[in-house]
Design a protein around this ligand. Structure first.
Ligand SMILES: [Fe+2]
Length: 236
């Protein structure tokens, strides 16, 4: 299984502070049966003014430091780099965002605004596909549920070729689990992620979430995620 959302690169965002934390997190992921992990550090164009190229210099540096550290380590997940791109106005016209797709795929992890989305914002995201030729994958969609009127948008977005990522914590949560399983059974969710930030308070938890899906929804839903992954599997 692949973890499609994590902040495991050292010292690049609010995720792992150093390479020791990164290694600790990777080992825990492996212990949970995770084979591949997408390293998706935050890219905040509108807050920081950083360009995709400037971000890539930092990301590649963090990746190099991590790869040096894990060289020779056995049984840890394969790492594929991408980014978690925070929504910004005009993003569908920024050609360089294609450089931030998950390595070996055309998937671009997009974090939507934490507010009720305007028609303009929805249009912007819907045009990412057509304008940039990327496949948007919306990060932790459950975190936006309370801002929108209902969940119809999920299916409208999916019809437009946008894919949905859910965080493991929503599947595991006492009060959210039932809703999460229902959405998974409705085939609303395409990718799972842990959104791991560190080994302590935002730690790897995709393994238990997968077990819960198998138990509550059925093994066939795990198979569905795996089949989906084959289509979009990160490749080196
Ligand atoms: Fe994240």
């Amino acid at each position: 299984m692949t973890d499609f959302h994590s902040h495991i690169l050292p010292g690049i965002d609010d995720g792992c502070k150093n390479v020791e934390e990164s290694l600790q997190v990777l080992k825990e992921m492996a212990a949970q049966g995770i084979e591949r992990v997408a390293a998706t550090p935050h890219f905040y164009a509108s807050h920081s003014g950083e360009t995709p190229d400037e971000f890539l210099i930092r990301r590649n540096n963090a990746e190099r430091i991590l790869r040096e550290k894990i060289e020779g380590e056995e049984g840890i997940p394969e790492i594929f780099c991408g980014a978690e791109v925070k929504y910004f106005r005009g993003m569908s016209g920024v050609e360089d965002l294609t450089k931030l797709t998950l390595q070996g795929t055309d998937l671009l992890l997009v974090e939507m605004p934490f507010s009720k989305w305007t028609d303009k914002e929805i249009k912007e995201v819907l045009s990412l596909n057509e304008n940039l030729g990327v496949t948007p994958m919306l990060a932790h969609i459950e975190r936006f549920f309370s801002y929108q009127k209902n969940l119809d948008w999920i299916y409208e977005f999916k019809d437009a070729g946008i894919l949905m990522q859910m965080n493991a914590e929503y599947i595991l949560g006492t009060f959210s689990s039932r809703k999460a399983i229902k959405l998974i059974k409705n085939r609303a969710i395409d990718f799972l992620g842990s959104d791991t930030h560190n080994p302590t308070d935002r730690k790897p938890n995709l393994g238990p979430a997968i077990k819960k899906i198998a138990k509550k929804a059925g093994e066939e839903y795990i198979d569905r995620f795996l089949r989906y992954e084959e289509t979009y599997a990160p490749r080196g």
